[in-house]
Design a protein around this ligand. Sequence first.
Ligand code: IPD
Ligand code: CA
Ligand code: CA
Length: 274
Amino acid sequence: MRSPLSEVPDALVAPVQAILRSAGQLILAAEEAGFAIEQKSDKNFVTEIDLAVQKQIVDQLARLTPDYAIMAEEEDLDDPVRDRLVWILDPVDGTTNLMRHNQHSAISLALADGAVVLLGFIYNPFLDELFTAIRGQGVMLNGKPVRASTVNHIKDSLISFGTNPYDRQAAHETFARVERVFLQSLEVRRSGSAALDLAYVACGRYDGFFEQRLQPWDFAAGLLMVQEAGGRVCNWQGLSLDIHRPDSLLASNGKIQDTLFELVRDQNKQEDKP
Ligand code: IPD
Ligand code: CA
Ligand code: CA
């Protein structure tokens, strides 16, 4: 097996940004023109935009980096992916928002080497906001450096949460957590895009975010982004996430992490915090 943590491939940043901006144009044009929607499972939909965006990005990444694997939400493309560099793509994070023209959706793309994320991109074409995280080099929003917030106390914090929409059995637990956080914080939000929730923690618009179950393509880019912005990320047992498996997630600016963790953590599992 190859040794992990290859050099951060900075030279890929500009071409990948161009690929994402061009896919963003596709989203904007198709959203305006109208699009077909298909149901994947209960409460889970895919639009023809998700599929077209995935195809365009996958084709272009395959030309740019022919030796890398690609893991993408709408089709398992490459397996196994732990033995070489892999792109992890969600072509549209926030499909329900897209279906209802809420204009809060993003393309999320990460480059991972084994367990380590090297690059993370989250692009909301509706606001033309491109977040870029480079391992060891911080986070940029449209070319300008951003950091997680400096909010020190949970009482002043704006916290976003995800509803874990595909498992309604867990609703009681989710909303009990939301109630606990709501009562302690400034306010809570439910945006409909986990990738943008993480990008917003990374640039200080939110102070924290949590959701019970997310997929690698939802969180891989955002995980690096929050860490590079000075924040912290763990799962609900207080452990590091494996970017190749679904997991629970809690992210924050770092300063409120311990307090938020106490409100959200999995009470049934007693592992130690990192
Ligand atoms: C979903 C969004 C949503 C989160 C779900 C995700 P999708 O991704 O990130 O905010 O609550 O868990 O599945 O389906 O829009 O790509
Ligand atoms: Ca997603
Ligand atoms: Ca998606």
